[in-house]
Design a protein around this ligand. Structure first.
Ligand SMILES: [Mg+2]
Length: 197
């Protein structure tokens, strides 16, 4: 059985604008400049963070603050994604590994009637690569495909020995994603139905 492991923000949930608004509000408190959508789409996130000079010790509390703020928002799935997930769930085991909180993701799934996932793992305290490794062990995943919208998703999957489908409707642009040489790259959720794993 093949497991399809989904990222959440920018892959299933259309959270980019909301997330950026929250992050910029928080950055203001740290006297850091605002970041733009264009910038996030086209630059490596680690380069942006380095340039903002946010001390590494502050990063976990910023992430926690973002998660708390996101909880108040009413996120919507990307157009076409619910139907695609329903179809995929008859053929594959579906799971989620997210840097958002388990609580936020599960609330979203319930609200949007998308409760077809075996598990939701949160990586808030783990790196995504470690979370993938842990999920592989905990759920005995032999054949897994990771589906995500950021270059760090591609790199985490690769490090964990998993193939990756990069999706271009999320936080990073197609050009940026291509530089990381994903095994698959798609522009619309429905294209997931055509891939042979
Ligand atoms: Mg994402």
């Amino acid at each position: 059985m093949i497991h399809l492991i989904f990222d959440f923000d920018g892959t299933i949930a259309d959270s980019f604008d909301i997330n950026l608004r929250i992050v910029n509000k928080i950055l203001k408190k740290y006297d850091a400049r605002n970041i733009s959508k264009e910038e996030v789409r086209n630059r490596e996130i680690n380069d942006i963070l380095k340039e903002l000079k946010i001390p590494a010790v502050n990063v976990p509390s910023i992430i926690k603050e973002v998660v708390v703020e996101l909880k108040k928002e009413n996120l919507k799935p990307f157009k076409g994604m619910p139907e695609v997930l329903k179809t995929l769930s008859s053929k594959y085991r579906l799971c989620i590994i997210t840097a958002n909180s388990k609580d936020n993701a599960e609330k979203f799934l319930k609200k949007n009637k998308l409760e077809m996932f075996d598990f939701v793992h949160s990586t808030i305290l783990l790196s995504k690569y470690k979370a993938i490794e842990k999920a592989k062990k905990d759920f005995n995943i032999l054949h897994g495909i990771y589906i995500g919208d950021e270059t760090r998703d591609i790199e985490s999957a690769r490090k964990a020995g998993m193939r990756c489908v990069a999706v271009t409707w999320g936080y990073n642009s197609k050009e940026l994603l291509m530089k990381h040489d994903p095994e698959y790259i798609i522009d619309k959720p429905a294209e997931l139905l055509k891939l042979e794993f």
